[in-house]
Each structure stands twice: as C-alpha cells, then as structure tokens.
Design a protein around this ligand. Sequence first.
Ligand code: B12
Length: 146
Amino acid sequence: MTADRGRMKSLVITLAGLLLLFLASGGLCRGCGAPPPAIFSRIGVTYTVSDSVYKSFNDSIYVTLPQGSFFFNVMDIAQTLDSRKFSFTYTLSVWGAYITSMRGLQANDTQRTYWQLLSNRVPLKLGAGCYAVSSGESLEVSFSKY
Ligand code: B12
C-alpha cells in the first residue's frame, strides 16, 4: 500500500514536470513546420447590401469566417445564413467573379447600373474573388450607377 502510494507520487511529479516542460516550450508546434496558430483564427466583418439607386433596401449582417478569406466568401456565407436578403448571382471573366445581381436586382448596361464593392465606404480596386478581407472591416455591395 505504502509502495503503491510512493509510485503514484513519483508518477504525479513526473507528469507535472513533463507538463511544465511542454508549456514552457510553447506547445508542440515549435520547429515542426506546423502553420502558426493565426492561420486558424477567425475574424468578423460587417456585410451590407444596399440599393443606392432606388433606395429599396439596406440590410446588414455580421459574418465570422477564417482569416485569409475573400469578399466572395463573405457573400457566400451571408447567402447561406439569409438567402432572402443576401442571395446573389455572378459570372466569371478573366478578372474573376463579376457580381451581376443581388436578391434579384440585376445590373443593367443600358441603364448603366452595377453592383459596386466597397470597404469602409471606399470603392475596391479588386473584384470579390480577389479581395482578402480583414477583421472588423465594413464591407458593402451597393447598387449604383456609372
Ligand atoms: C468599364 C469597367 C467597368 C464597368 C463595366 C460595365 C460596362 N458595361 O462597361 C463598371 C463600372 C460596371 C465596372 C465595375 C467594376 N470594376 Co471595372 N473596369 C472597367 C474597365 C475600365 C474596362 C473594362 C472593359 O470595358 N474592357 C473591354 C471589354 C471589351 O472587355 P470585357 O472583358 O468584355 O469587359 C468586361 C469586364 O471587364 C467586366 N468588368 C468590369 N469590371 C470588372 C471587374 C471585375 C472584378 C470583373 C470580374 C469583371 C469586370 O465588364 C466589362 C464590360 O462587360 C476595366 C479596366 C480595364 N482597362 O480593363 C476595369 C476593371 C476590370 N474593373 C475593376 C474593378 C475592381 C471593378 C469593381 C470591382 C469596382 C468596385 N469597387 O465595385 C466593379 C465590379 C463589381 C462587381 N459587380 O463585381 C478592376 C479589376 C481588377 C481586379 N484585379 O480585380 C479593373 C481592371 C480596373 C482596375 N482597378 O484596374 N468596371
């Protein structure tokens, strides 16, 4: 009984030592080529769809997604969460994805309307598939005229 208790005590001390070594070294990821934890972190953005031509709607949603995601991913998640407000269509061209309609409202060349992409109210210089989003950003797709 006393011998058992002694063995148990030394086992506990050994495990505590190993745990200390593990924590002090920063975990198992050191020098093993595993990606840094930031890759796995999630970010949150606000996404708005607005009709700036007919002023018929203006809806926002908060979307969380993996760091390194693109504007298009935000749109896709929002559509899955609320397809009535955030459904969209697109075509593919040499520049990537071109957004052609949001919740049924179609861009129209004759009327010179299009769906403009903005971040923090500034028009983007990249399409939805190429623009990487950042934490806390306020993204918008706005029906506009050119
Ligand atoms: C005219 C033009 C527009 C017009 C197109 C409408 C029209 N009927 O003319 C309008 C104003 C609508 C427009 C919108 C946008 N545009 Co634009 N546009 C151009 C421009 C100046 C000329 C395109 C053109 O007429 N080419 C000649 C024709 C014969 O070729 P085409 O392949 O048929 O052209 C079509 C495509 O280019 C498409 N298109 C236009 N812009 C964009 C943007 C993207 C991302 C895609 C996939 C397609 C696309 O519309 C053209 C006409 O049908 C180019 C710059 C250039 N020099 O190419 C930028 C350019 C293509 N646009 C660009 C951008 C960023 C946008 C926007 C995302 C801007 C925004 N903040 O909203 C939006 C698209 C948003 C969406 N709905 O997805 C960028 C793309 C860069 C990139 N790497 O992604 C370019 C290269 C300008 C730049 N920044 O250098 N655009």
